[in-house]
Ligand binder design. Structure first.
Ligand SMILES: *Cc1c(COP(=O)(O)O)cnc(C)c1O
Length: 419
């Protein structure tokens, strides 16, 4: 069921029209459908309901407390990459025993905090990190549960900036070194080997790399068993793609293919299976609503200059990401435009040479599929304050992050007396 759709030619988020929302809240703003987030989470977890699983939402994707609290109520765990994200997950009532800690550069301070919370697992990415964790754990006399993030050396066939499971990527430990690392970890004080982890990339729309990687994890699992190193869970990471463009595979179909792969291997793992989906849960639950400030006709093209900019939403310029842009009010007349923001950078665009519905100065546009890796990556470049996030549920709406003010931005700066 779509929660972000046209009704009577006006874009709606659940029961509320974007036009009405924009009267209540100044543009630009992010808006999420809570029902869509819930539906995506349930679709994902239901696909594995016959297995012993834990779904750990990748917090970096959308770390708003309202989103995390909603998922906590659904029973989700959290995959975190910093102490800040652990604190966010705990504040949203995600219990520590459902939190896994990923990331290539956990500091000793972060390890100490996570150990004291008794989190489910540290996903270790290098030998020095293992030794640092053992050192901190010993000092605190708290045993650390660990898995190694294995780099299975598969090509995820995705954008180069979001591929993480090929040899040479900075993530994880090479699979050839895995056994010796597990043996080392097994013999360390205050280290409890519990899992095997992988995460091969993001926006992966072909399940073959998952299949290949899981086979490699399975071989490792069996070798460890022979060595009497007991594994309590395997963690297949995140990475499942969402549908950004009309010609892409719909999410239920891709999930079905992915579940078929997991199910084919599941019975060979006599342990719990963890997942770390991010984008899949929230991407298509969010829109960015923006107003056209000027429509500028150049000799060779038409520019829509809108009030949102790359500081609010950086994915098009950072990842060459395609995001569908629609007119808030449907009119079935099309033209080719560049959609750009006000920031003084050539990279400040949302779409180039895009055929979309005709909009005029003052009209609202909707940038779709921005529930993941979007608001979380905003910044205040050009002294543009961080914009608001709102959430809809049926006909209810609430601000879930207030917009910053320019005064707040300025107040953070301090002028030394000697200037
Ligand atoms: C980013 C990330 C995820 C989530 O990836 P998606 O593609 O959004 O599902 C999961 N695990 C780790 C370790 C990550 O870094």
């Amino acid at each position: 069921m779509p929660f972000v759709e046209y009704k009577n030619s006006v874009q709606h988020i659940e029961s509320l029209s974007v036009l009405a929302l924009a009267e209540q809240y100044p543009t630009p703003f992010y808006c999420y459908s809570s029902a869509k987030i819930r539906a995506q989470y349930r679709m994902f977890s239901d696909a594995f309901s016959h297995l012993n699983t834990l779904v750990c939402f990748a917090v970096k994707v959308n770390s708003n407390q309202a989103v995390l609290s909603l998922l906590a109520k659904e029973g989700a765990g959290a995959d975190v990459v910093s102490v800040g994200e652990i604190k966010r997950a705990l504040a949203a009532n995600i219990p520590a025993e459902k939190i896994v800690f990923s990331g290539v550069a956990k500091t000793e301070q972060e390890m100490e905090f996570a150990l004291k919370q008794h989190i489910l697992c540290f996903n270790i990415e290098s030998e020095p990190e293992l030794l640092a964790l053992s050192h901190v754990a010993k000092r605190l006399k708290i045993t650390a549960n660990i898995s190694f993030r294995i780099n299975p050396n598969v090509n995820a066939n995705t954008h180069k900036k979001i591929s993480t499971g090929k040899k040479g990527d900075k993530f994880g430990v090479d699979i050839e070194h895995a056994i010796s690392l597990y043996q080392k970890a097994y013999n360390l004080d205050y280290i409890n080997v519990t899992g095997i982890n992988m995460h091969i990339g993001s926006q992966i729309s072909d399940v073959t790399p998952f299949d290949l990687a899981i086979q490699k994890i399975k071989a490792l699992y069996c070798e460890l068993k022979v060595l009497n190193i007991n594994i309590n869970h395997v963690d297949f990471g995140g990475g499942l793609a969402v549908k950004y463009q009309d010609d892409e595979l719909a999410e239920p179909e891709l999930l079905a293919q992915y579940a078929a792969v997991v199910n084919r291997h599941a019975e060979d793992f006599n342990c719990r299976i963890l997942f770390e989906p991010g984008r899949f849960i929230t991407a298509n639950a969010g829109v960015l609503v923006s107003q056209v400030i000027y429509k500028k006709n150049q000799s060779d093209k038409t520019l829509l200059i809108v009030d949102a900019a790359m500081n609010d939403f950086i994915r098009p310029t950072l990842y060459d990401a395609y995001h569908k842009i629609t007119a808030a009010t449907q009119n079935h007349r099309f033209e080719c435009v560049d959609v750009v923001g006000p920031v003084c950078e050539t990279g400040d665009y949302f779409a180039l040479d895009r055929t979309m519905e005709v909009v005029e100065q003052g009209d609202l546009i909707v940038i779709n599929s921005v529930g993941a890796y979007s608001a979380v990556a905003s910044n205040s470049y050009n002294s543009r304050p961080i914009i608001a996030e709102i959430m809809v549920q049926g006909d209810q709406v609430a601000v879930i992050r207030e917009a910053q003010s320019v005064d707040e931005l300025i107040a953070r700066d301090k002028v030394p007396s000697w200037v």
